[in-house]
Design a protein around this ligand. Structure first.
Ligand code: CUA
Length: 168
């Protein structure tokens, strides 16, 4: 039988206690920044939306007709195929005020999908569909850049997203 009134004591070295406190403060700070980034600033983690067969994806809908789909209400879906050493289609044009969901996949090796002047930066892996949704409020041109080394033509692998004035 143990004495219930006897609570186990935790004796820690004062330095240890200080570092425990510091760790807890850091953890709380990280949790707060992640919460603010995710809920207030709209940061998204690029997700593998679905799996596809890289050998047949280019012949399978919707990838057999890569490009934009107008979903109405200023919403678009962009189906993009990455291959050595191009994005297909190389240029997309949407009106300002659009919300575009990118569905990017690769038919050969791993590529990157970075959209200049936005926080879009996704890895594109054969067999997976990487997806992110972005709102384009201001007219302008964004470069689509492959930022993962994919072979000899890697440096030339780029596309463009044009946001035209005149959208609602
Ligand atoms: Cu594709 Cu680098």
């Amino acid at each position: 039988m143990t004495d219930a009134s006897e609570t186990p004591s935790f004796e820690a070295d004062p330095y240890e206690k200080r570092w425990i406190v510091v760790s807890l403060i850091l953890l709380s700070a990280f949790m707060i920044t992640v919460t603010i980034a995710g809920f207030a600033l709209g940061f998204q983690v690029p997700g593998a939306e679905s799996r596809v067969d890289p050998r047949t994806v280019a012949d399978t809908a919707p990838w057999n007709e890569p490009g934009l789909r107008d979903l109405g209400n200023n919403e678009y879906a962009a189906y993009i195929i990455s291959q050595r050493f191009a994005f297909i289609p190389p240029t997309l044009t949407v009106p300002a005020g659009s919300s575009v969901t990118f569905y990017v996949t690769s038919i050969d090796v791993q590529h990157g999908f970075l959209l200049s002047d936005t926080n879009v930066n996704m890895q594109v892996v054969p067999g997976e569909v990487s997806t992110l949704t972005v709102e384009f409020d201001e007219p302008g041109t964004h470069d689509i850049i492959c930022n993962e080394f994919c072979g000899t033509g890697h440096a030339a692998m780029a596309g463009k997203l044009i946001v035209e004035a005149g959208g609602e």
